[in-house]
Design a protein around this ligand. Structure first.
Ligand code: SF4
Length: 399
């Protein structure tokens, strides 16, 4: 195993790992699978179509990268396979990567182990295999139940495929399922969005994520936007869509626990809670980000270069930074405000030894007087109005 210790020395700063390895706080693990069958019109994620020929080398490389953290004494509370499309890979390949994590890190008994899946490559055999391999949560990228809109977004599946994928997941024994939905898609009316929401509610998943479409640089939608051929809802309609999601989902008994996320009682996405609480996580795979003890780094993004660098034991990090306590405090405040339960200013003070009341004295008062946030004891949280304009609030908190 000496070679893997050496590899890790290249992957991330070794002295740093030594400093943190006795920290027994649980940790989250993110695995990035960069493959997709087709690039969707809105997607700027680190995902690639047409790289089928790389999958086998990728699976070997990522397992090698994972082996490099042997010796880090942190218990894994959650693992999340995202991408890209994890279900582009076979169940056996996904299970081998998961087993590689198990080989080097202890798992909590009730660890949440999630994989994203695309209905275009979700089938009975794959889900059965993944469930047997230890995955206990699926996040299915439904996005819309309207086939016309799915075609515009260049999703490679129909609403019927999504319904079939959910049935395969249930049959395989998954009792913790998230559905991802997007609103403000081109040509989508308020009524179209309502129908998608009602379809999702009928299926009764344990969790739902609803995000507004954002137009990202380099995507087909961005080119259409520039050419003025993208027919998207205006800002007011987008806000109405968001409010409709809150209204319909809470009426159906879902708890609105984060700006964009809803769940049945006790079914919060535990992996994502790590991000919202700004706690430590380790990321593996191309473009994966790790955050450990205030240090953050990002892996090489291009899959072929990632594989080569792992195999040749070259440094993987292409960006890294150590956050100052003041910057980490701002990030923790912004991320914590995403949670409807808000954020305890006292606990932030204890964590960073900076008094947030002093640092943000003017801003906290302004946000409260503008009706965007409220203070309840030392808990600072967004109001309903703050939720609607959350991005504007977050920009004001940025250092
Ligand atoms: S399936 Fe997901 S990751 Fe892949 S191109 Fe579409 S949106 Fe991007």
């Amino acid at each position: 195993m000496a070679e893997f210790a050496l590899l890790m020395a290249c992957l991330s700063p070794h002295s740093y790992m030594r400093r943190t390895q006795k920290n027994m706080n649980p940790i989250a693990v993110y695995i990035h699978i960069p493959f997709c069958i087709h690039k969707c019109s809105y997607c700027d994620f680190n995902s690639y179509a047409g790289l089928d020929f790389l999958t086998r080398d990728f699976c070997e490389a990522i397992q090698r990268e994972i082996q490099g953290v042997r010796g880090l004494e942190r218990e894994v509370a959650s693992v999340f396979f995202g991408g890209g499309t994890p279900t582009y890979l076979k169940a056996e390949q996904l299970n081998s990567i998961l087993n590689a994590v198990r080989d080097v890190l202890p798992f909590a008994k009730d660890a949440e182990i999630t994989s994203e899946s695309n209905p275009a490559n979700s089938d009975r055999q794959r889900f059965d295999g993944m469930r047997q391999g230890g995955f206990n949560r699926l996040s299915i990228g439904v996005q819309s139940f309207d086939d016309r809109i799915l075609r515009i977004a260049e999703r490679q599946h129909t609403s019927e495929d999504a319904i079939a994928a959910i049935a395969y997941a249930r049959n395989a024994g998954f009792d913790n399922i998230n559905l991802d939905l997007i609103f403000s898609l081109p040509e989508q009316s308020l009524e179209d969005w309502r129908v998608s929401l009602l379809n999702a509610i009928d299926i009764n998943p344990e969790h739902m994520s609803t995000y507004a479409l954002s137009i990202e640089e380099g995507t087909r939608f961005e080119r259409m936007h520039r050419n003025q051929t993208l027919h998207q809802a205006d800002e007011d309609t987008e806000l109405e869509m968001y409010e409709m999601a809150i209204e319909q989902l809470t009426k159906a008994g879902y708890e609105h626990y984060e700006v964009s996320n809803f769940c049945r009682h006790g079914k919060q996405a535990r992996h994502n809670l790590t991000y919202w609480l700004n706690e430590d996580y380790l990321g593996f795979g191309p473009g994966a980000v790790s955050y450990l003890g205030g240090r953050r780094w990002m892996n090489e993004k291009r899959p072929a270069a990632y594989i080569r660098k792992v195999n040749e034991r070259e440094p993987l990090a292409i960006q890294e930074e150590t956050l100052s306590p003041a910057d980490a405090l701002s990030e923790t405040l912004i991320l914590g405000l995403r949670l409807r339960s808000g954020v305890s200013l006292k606990s932030i003070q204890d964590r960073f030894s900076i008094d947030p009341f002093q640092r943000y004295s003017g801003l906290i008062g302004e946000l409260i007087s503008e009706g965007l946030a409220e203070l309840d004891g030392d808990t600072f949280r967004l109001t309903h109005r703050g939720l609607l304009y959350s991005n504007d609030v977050f920009i004001r908190i940025l250092p």
